[in-house]
Design a protein around this ligand. Structure first.
Ligand code: BES
Ligand code: ZN
Ligand code: ZN
Length: 501
């Protein structure tokens, strides 16, 4: 979809649809809508009087202009109560609107900077929300569907119409930022939606190579031998059951004069999680192609950062392997030696995420970063707790987690904190090794995070468990059914805010 910014009068724009908004509780049409009502011989105002248009959040009303306007349709979208408007509501309402209109065959829409000037929403952030909402809302993953005739076709153009020339630079800046963020999110969605026979560890490494070339990132890919040299016994333990070679992908963005790493992203990259010898039930096992969503998100986020060019140095690590059963696979009861030197008793081979992350976190720490944040589809427990609404957030540094939560809120991505505690730590104690990889039946998301905490030392660290939020079961706001690309925009916002300090 092409996104254009122009100055002009929305009532004069030629498009398949022009989109205007209405707030709940408003009694009369105002501004552009009042003008359009007059141009349509007063055909809209009765809809308000009779309560067909209420202005409820995401209410969509389509009025055909039947030749009275250059645009074919006038679309009125409800934004809820004016005092309660947020940027997130604009993003979601635009996404819902674009999706609805695309299904009806609308190819081009024009709109004004919705919400700008209300509740602290600037022209720039309004344009950013319109852009994100449109690009995220109409995303689909249909590349493998060969029969295309019945497809409604894609929305081609969104025009953001500013009132005057003075507004253009702010609108363009917002549009540019929104585009980078939405495209990065959609990249992570694409990678996660790909089947596991295509998105193998080697393919993830190829993707990283392409991203490095396109965006000027520095790239290191460690092969199995190098992982052996570094003593990454936990990651290699998981990889030993698979025919696909594991890859340890490291991308670096250098945005300031020195070579000090400010922040490391670590993303879980299990391209398929069968559970290994502790095999998962077959029902819904196909969903486990998603188990690299964290890895995809960190690769997409650092690519977005390279385009936005903040003055900060970032490293993104994706340890990636399959988790499969075979004659060479690790077994329950096996002992692994992690890169940190800690020995790990494998209780379940299905608790593989924390094993590969343990070594990735040790690798991260070697570079003395100021902050580490990891993203992982880590536990079914987190999904049972939060569904697809909140990601679980854990930390050894409250101030840092507060920053992550704020960055997430700005992105429309919710994070809720869960605790770490010495008593949970005890659940992970093993009789035969330093630690075991399952802390019992209860508090699964917490004991998993507590396991990771053993490998970060004092470095300020946040762990986001995205096992519920990485996948949506339905279209909802800027989310569409399937991979959500969650946390990409949280990471980018976080880095932009750290770079400002
Ligand atoms: N990848 C799964 C977690 C998961 C479950 C992600 C559902 C998305 C949706 C993870 O590797 C796993 O299998 N975790 C186990 C841990 C258990 C064996 C301690 C789990 O949560 O059941
Ligand atoms: Zn697992
Ligand atoms: Zn897993």
């Amino acid at each position: 979809m092409e996104i254009k910014v122009i100055a002009g009068d929305i009532t004069e724009i030629e498009a398949d649809a022009i989109v205007l908004s209405f707030f709940e509780g408003m009694e009369r049409l105002e501004g552009d809508l009042a003008d359009i009502d007059r141009m349509l011989n007063g055909n809209i105002s009765p809809l308000v009087r009779r309560g067909e248009i209420k202005g409820k959040l995401n209410e969509i009303t389509i009025v055909h202009s039947l030749g009275w306007l250059p645009a074919e349709r006038v679309v009125i979208v409800g934004l809820g109560k004016q005092q309660e408007l947020t940027t997130g509501k604009v993003r979601d309402a635009v996404a819902e609107t674009c999706r609805t209109l695309q299904k009806k065959g609308v190819r081009s829409i024009a709109t004004i900077p919705q919400g700008a000037g209300m509740g602290g929403i600037t022209l720039e952030s309004s344009a950013q929300m319109l852009t994100e909402g449109a690009l995220l809302g109409v995303y689909s993953f249909r590349k493998y569907i060969t029969k295309k005739e019945e497809e409604p076709g894609e929305m081609k153009q969104l025009t953001i119409v500013g009132a005057d020339k003075d507004s253009l630079s702010a609108l363009m800046a917002g549009c540019q930022k929104g585009k980078v963020l939405a495209e990065a999110t959609n990249l992570a969605r694409d990678m996660t939606n790909e089947p596991a026979n295509y998105m193998t560890p080697s393919h993830m490494a190829e993707m990283a190579t392409k991203l490095a070339q396109t965006y000027g990132l520095e790239l290191t890919i460690l092969e199995r031998e190098q992982m052996q040299e570094l003593g990454m016994g936990a990651l290699l333990g998981v990889a030993q059951g698979s025919q696909q070679p594991p890859k340890f992908i490291v991308l670096r963005y250098w945005g300031r004069g020195n070579r000090e790493i400010d922040i490391v992203f670590v993303g879980k990259g299990i391209t398929f999680d069968s559970g290994g010898i502790s095999l998962k039930p077959s029902e819904k096992m196909e969903e486990m192609k998603r188990d690299m969503a964290g890895g995809a998100a960190v690769m997409a986020a650092i690519s977005a950062i390279a385009q936005l060019k903040p003055q900060i140095n970032v490293m993104a690590i994706t340890p990636t392997t399959e988790n499969l059963p075979s004659g060479s696979a690790m077994k329950p009861g096996d002992l692994l030696k992690a890169m940190s030197g800690k020995t790990i008793e494998v209780i379940s081979t299905d608790a593989e995420g924390r094993l590969i992350l343990a070594d990735a976190l040790s690798y991260a720490r070697k570079h003395n970063p100021k902050f580490i944040i990891d993203l992982a589809t880590l536990t079914g427990s987190c999904r049972l707790t939060f569904g697809d609404v909140y990601s679980g957030g854990f930390t050894n540094n409250q101030e840092f987690l507060n920053k992550v939560i704020a960055a997430g809120a700005e992105a429309g991505e919710l994070v809720w904190q869960l605790p770490l505690h010495e008593l949970y730590r005890e659940q992970n104690k093993s009789d035969v090794a330093d630690i075991k990889n399952v802390g019992g039946k209860y508090a699964g998301a917490i004991t998993a995070a507590q396991f990771l905490a053993e490998f970060v030392g004092n470095t300020p660290w946040v762990h986001l468990d995205i096992a519920g939020t990485d996948l949506s079961e339905k279209d909802r706001g800027h989310w569409v059914k399937g991979a959500t690309g969650v946390a990409v925009r949280t990471l980018v916002n976080l880095v932009l805010s750290l770079a400002k300090q």
